[in-house]
Design a protein around this ligand. Sequence first.
Ligand SMILES: Cc1cc2nc3c(=O)[nH]c(=O)nc-3n(C[C@H](O)[C@H](O)[C@H](O)COP(=O)(O)OP(=O)(O)OC[C@H]3O[C@@H](n4cnc5c(N)ncnc54)[C@H](O)[C@@H]3O)c2cc1C
Length: 396
Amino acid sequence: MTRLAQTPGLTEVQSDILGAVRTFVDKEIIPNAQELEHSDTYPQEIVDRMREMGLFGLMIPEEYGGLGESLLTYALCVEELARGWMSVSGVINTHFIVAYMIRQHGTEAQKQHYLPRMATGDIRGAFSMSEPELGSDVAAIRTRATRDGDGYVINGQKMWLTNGGSSTLVAALVKTDEGADRAHKNLTTFLIEKPAGFGEVVPGITIPGKIDKMGYKGIDTTELIFDGYRASADDILGGTPGLGFGHMMDGVEVGRVNVSARACGIAIRAFELAARYAQQRKTFGKPIVDHQAISFKLAEMATKVEAAHLMMVNAARLKDSGERNDVAAGMAKYLASEYCAEVTQESFRIHGGYGYSKEYEIERLMREAPFLLIGEGTSEIQKTIISKGVLRSYRI
Ligand SMILES: Cc1cc2nc3c(=O)[nH]c(=O)nc-3n(C[C@H](O)[C@H](O)[C@H](O)COP(=O)(O)OP(=O)(O)OC[C@H]3O[C@@H](n4cnc5c(N)ncnc54)[C@H](O)[C@@H]3O)c2cc1C
C-alpha cells in the first residue's frame, strides 16, 4: 500500500483530471488557505483558475459545453479541493447540485439556457431549501408562490444559502397550491436568476449580508428574502409545478456523496498534518510517533480515512451505474462526516498546544469538520434514511 485514499480502476482521463487538481491544490490552495480563511476573503483568484480548469462544468454533458464527467470524478476532485480548503469546494458544490438538477429535471429550453453558461462558470448556482424555522423538515416549508395571472408572486424567507451572494442563479424550493397539503405534491423548485451582490438585488429579492460563521469562511452563506418577487411559470424547474420535493431530494442525494468527499478530503489533510508533526516533535528523547499511543492514533486515523474514502467511492460509483443510491449515499455521508470529526480531533491532540494556535492548519480543520455533521442532512437524518432503506430488504 502506498498513500491513503487511492482509487483503483480510474480511466486515464479521470487520473489526468485528478492529477491536475491535486497539483493545483498543493501549489495554489494550501499555501494561501490559512490567510484567506482568517481574513474571511473570497478566493477570487482560485475561483478564476477553477473556471479555467473547467471545474464548474465537470459533470455538465459535453453537448452543453461541460466535461461530461461522472459523479465519481467530481467527488474525487472535491475530495482534493477540500484537502486544500473546504471553502473552495463549497464554491462549486451548490453550483454542481443546481446544474445536476437542471440536467436531470430541466426542460430542454432550460438546459440550453443555463447549462452552457454554468459550464464556464459565467452563471453560478446556489440552492435553497432551508428556512429560519426548518432544515431537516423540508416538508414544512413556508415560503409560498401564489399564482398571479400567467406567473407567480413569491413571499417568504430562506436561510443558509451557500453562495447566496456570489451566485447568479438560485434553485429555490417553495410552496405552491398543487396537491393541497401533501409535501410531495405542493412544493415547486423555481430557477431564479439574479445579479451577484447584497441588498435588494432585484425587485422582490433581498440578500441581507453574509452570516458570520465559525468556519467555512471566505465564501458567503446568506439569507434570501422574497417580498412580492414576480416569477414566470417558465422559471419552474421542468415546467410542471408540484414536483419540487423529488427534484431537491435527487439533488441532495448527489450532494451527500459530495459532502462525504469533502469530509474525506479534510480527514486526509488532518492525517497528513498529524503524520508529519508526529515525526518532527520530540518528547522524552524521541519523536512522539515512537510512542505507541501516538502511532496507534495514526493507525486508527488511517483506517478511518480509508474506510470513509471507500464508502464515498462506492456511493458515487453506484449512482454512476444508474442504481438507486440513497442508502449508500446516506451511509457514506454519515460515516465520512463522523470519522472526519474524529480524525481531525485526534490530529489536533497530536499537535499538542500548537494545534490551538492559528498558525497551524489543524486549527482551521477543527472549525471546518463540524459543519459536515450538519450540511446536506444531519447524522440523525442520515440514520433515518439508512434504517428505512435497509429495513426495506429485511421486512418480516
Ligand atoms: C454553513 C451552512 C451552510 C448551509 N448551506 C445550505 C444551502 O446551501 N442550502 C440549504 O438549503 N441549506 C443549507 N444549510 C442548512 C442545512 O442544510 C441545515 O442546517 C441542516 O439540514 C439542519 O437543519 P436545521 O439547522 O434546521 O436543524 P434542525 O432540523 O432544526 O435539527 C436540529 C437538531 O435536531 C435533530 N433532528 C431534527 N429532526 C430530527 C428527527 N426527525 N429525528 C431525530 N433528530 C432530529 C437534528 O439532527 C439536529 O441535531 C446550511 C447550513 C450551514 C450551517
